[in-house]
Write a protein that binds this ligand. Structure first.
Ligand SMILES: [Zn+2]
Length: 414
């Protein structure tokens, strides 16, 4: 009776069945023994039906808890001796991924938790190890990503970030229309784009289908895109232009802050969007922002640039406003700001391209950046670039083939 109940709860289909259930209260453990109740099976290698069993191998898997008890599944797993292909191969079990010591449901829960908290915390709650959870993440993200189709990707964003350890760089490529991470690779040179072009071809895509590529003004990316994405127009997106403007403001502030300790402490307030100032910052910045300080002037010029993007006017109007802004920046007598204006002029076509409706409203680059930072925080301490990349895909890849959370809300009986 209880064996039938557990067979049903595990979703087993005959001839798989639970043959024994042993609850050990002292050891805080329940053991579920499963058997293949037949002396034949289809060959796992070639599919030939009803082949004789050769021998059995004892295997065990950790499963979702049963009440407060740790649950373990055990099976004398049959190997099939095939007359057709002559291979001796082990039966695939429906409850676990090949090679794993955990059931699929356990792994699905681990992945669900890993999205919400650091891997170490996830491992503690599951009473498992961080290494085991990382192996599950790496394996499932790898399997799921292999099945993703990138056939319809047209607008991509290229970004770089430091790795979890901080001294290596990783290039991230996003599908900006579907707001998902589609490629990540170590390095930040033009060759990363070449690798992306190879990768997209293994996902039903072609480099020629990419119409627009949004990026920062790094020479390596510009050259890489020109060489490997022949049909793509380059656009320099708002996020990166504002980032450059912030750097310029900071250069002005640093110059002016020499010997002025109080000004040194205002760094973050100058870089923030003014709508994001805290009450304390607002009080402090109120007079400073309006002052004649060089930093304040640079900041006002930067904020005006931000306003131009925030207007979301037509591409023509935005370009016109930006031309006016360039005029102002040029006469500012602040060298970092003049340099910024020069960069914008040099990359004018790509900047104007980013004003197109479909691109201007794309706040995704900023949004995904915070997701990637979250992934980095979760991967920190585990060091490897592979873990960071796998975590980034888990959080930002919108992978359609990951196992879904096994815990569901109960429904009323019909
Ligand atoms: Zn066979």
């Amino acid at each position: 009776m209880q064996e039938a109940l557990f067979s049903q709860a595990l979703g087993l289909v005959k001839p798989w069945e639970v043959t024994q259930v042993l609850l050990d209260v002292q050891a805080n453990k329940i053991d579920l023994h499963i058997a293949w109740d037949s002396d034949a099976a289809d060959c796992p290698a070639c599919g030939a039906p009803s082949q004789a069993l050769h021998d059995h191998r004892q295997r065990s898997w950790r499963h979702l808890d049963f009440f407060q008890y740790e649950a373990h599944v055990h099976c004398q797993l049959p190997r099939v001796q095939c007359n057709a292909c002559k291979a001796t191969s082990q039966l695939q079990v429906p409850w676990a991924r090949s090679g794993s010591r955990f059931t699929l449901m356990f792994e699905a829960l681990a992945l669900t938790l890993a999205r919400e908290m650091p891997v170490a915390a996830c491992a503690r709650i599951l009473r498992s190890s961080s290494n085991a959870v990382w192996r599950q993440i790496d394996a499932h993200v790898g399997l799921a990503r292999r099945q993703e189709s990138y056939a319809n990707v047209k607008i991509i964003g290229i970004d770089e970030t430091s790795s979890a350890k901080g001294h290596d760089y990783i290039t991230l490529i996003h599908d900006l229309e579907q707001s998902r991470l589609i490629y990540a690779t170590p390095g930040k040179d033009g060759a990363t784009i070449e690798r992306f072009c190879k990768d997209i071809q293994t996902h039903q895509g072609r480099p020629e289908q990419i119409e627009v590529v949004c990026m920062d003004m790094s020479k390596a990316f510009i050259q890489g895109a020109a060489k490997h994405l022949p049909k793509a127009a380059i656009a320099f997106d708002r996020f990166h232009v504002i980032q450059m403007a912030n750097k310029a403001v900071d250069l002005v502030r640093r110059e002016e802050a020499r010997g002025e300790d109080w000004l040194k402490k205002t760094r973050w307030a100058w870089l923030k969007d003014k709508s994001k100032w805290t009450d304390k910052e607002r009080g402090k910045m109120a007079w400073m922002a309006k002052s004649r300080m060089k930093t304040a002037r640079a900041w006002r010029i930067k904020e005006a640039l931000r306003d131009i993007y925030a207007l979301k006017a037509s591409p023509e109007e935005t370009a016109k406003a930006l031309r006016g802004w360039l005029h102002w920046a040029d006469r500012s007598r602040l060298y970092p700001i003049k340099d910024l204006a020069k960069s914008i002029k040099t990359h004018w076509l790509g900047i104007v391209k980013s004003f197109e409706r479909s691109l201007l409203h794309n706040g995704y680059v900023e949004a995904v950046n915070s997701l990637i930072q979250a992934a980095k925080a979760k991967a920190r301490g585990y060091g490897t670039t592979e873990h960071f990349i796998a975590m980034s895909f888990l959080i930002a890849g919108k992978l359609k083939h990951l196992p879904v959370c096994p815990l569901k809300k109960a429904r009323a009986r019909p």
